[in-house]
Design a protein around this ligand. Structure first.
Ligand SMILES: [Zn+2]
Length: 108
């Protein structure tokens, strides 16, 4: 249960502390916390944006039904339309993916 009087005392104590070096430290700390609180969403937003862009670059849209899915698939998981020929667009596949592809082919 919140006592309003305790808040009044906190403000009163803060007003006494503020002109002292301890008060300056608290203000700096509060400023730092405020800056962190402001920066964290920006950083998270930035990371989220880059992640989204990365995901988008790995996504492709089905021409038949317009659904979006990871471009490592050759057949649309929604409508079953063949998106691309597995043998044709090898240049477009990143080196690591191509290596995995070749390995799986050799196993077959
Ligand atoms: Zn589709």
């Amino acid at each position: 249960m919140n006592k309003p009087s305790s808040w009044v005392w906190m403000v009163f104590v803060l007003l006494i502390i503020v002109p002292t070096p301890a008060g300056k430290f608290i203000i700096d700390l509060a400023g730092g916390i405020l800056l962190t609180i402001t920066l964290i969403p920006l950083i998270i937003g930035g990371i989220g944006w880059f992640t989204w862009k990365r995901i988008q670059s790995k996504m492709q849209t089905c021409e038949a039904c317009g659904s979006t899915f990871l471009n490592n698939q050759f057949i649309c998981p929604i409508c079953g339309t063949t998106i691309r020929d597995t043998t044709d667009n090898r240049e477009n596949i990143p080196a690591s993916a191509a290596t995995i592809d070749i390995k799986s082919e050799n196993l077959d």
